[in-house]
Design a protein around this ligand. Structure first.
Ligand code: FES
Length: 154
């Protein structure tokens, strides 16, 4: 083995060494890139998903029972669609105005409830109790055929 290395000319050894250094450097750069990419995505999230969505099909009309609710995605944020005990359809951002937990519907008492700190909203999105400082952001609801379409207010 040593004999083989000795049989190489100095030029071959230098090019092998240079090749190995290049390989190590490029591997190191790839490692640094792989480590920094998630940090960069966290610090600079992609734009456009939220802004480009103005309406979504939240559910099929037959999929939502009276006095029930469904969480759905509105852009990159959760939203809640409620079919009230009076058979009205209401939709709001499901992001609690206190510390951004996702709210849910409590059919026992017909309120929208945030489990994080027991915040409660009525079926108009207004704060009933708890720490939320503002009402839930309301959305418009329209039924088109079988689709329940939720839109941002104009
Ligand atoms: S985050 Fe909803 S009540 Fe605190």
């Amino acid at each position: 083995m040593g004999k083989r290395a000795n049989s190489m000319c100095p030029r071959e050894l230098i090019s092998r060494r240079a090749f190995l250094q290049l390989l190590l450097k490029s591997g190191g750069l790839a490692l640094i890139g792989a480590a920094l990419y998630p940090v960069a995505r966290y610090l600079y999230p992609p734009r456009g998903t939220e802004a480009s969505v103005s309406s979504v099909v939240a559910a099929k009309i037959g999929d939502l029972a009276t006095n029930a609710a469904k969480i759905f995605r509105f852009g990159n944020r959760p939203a809640i669609l409620v079919r009230t005990p009076q058979d009205e359809l209401k939709a709001f951002s499901a992001v609690c105005t206190h510390l951004n937990c996702t709210v849910q519907y409590d059919p026992e008492v017909s309120v929208i409830w945030c489990a994080c700190h027991n915040g409660k909203f009525d079926l108009n999105g207004q704060v009933i109790s708890g720490p939320p400082p503002r009402p839930l952001e309301p959305y418009q609801v329209n039924v088109r055929g079988d689709d329940i379409v939720v839109s941002k207010p104009t």
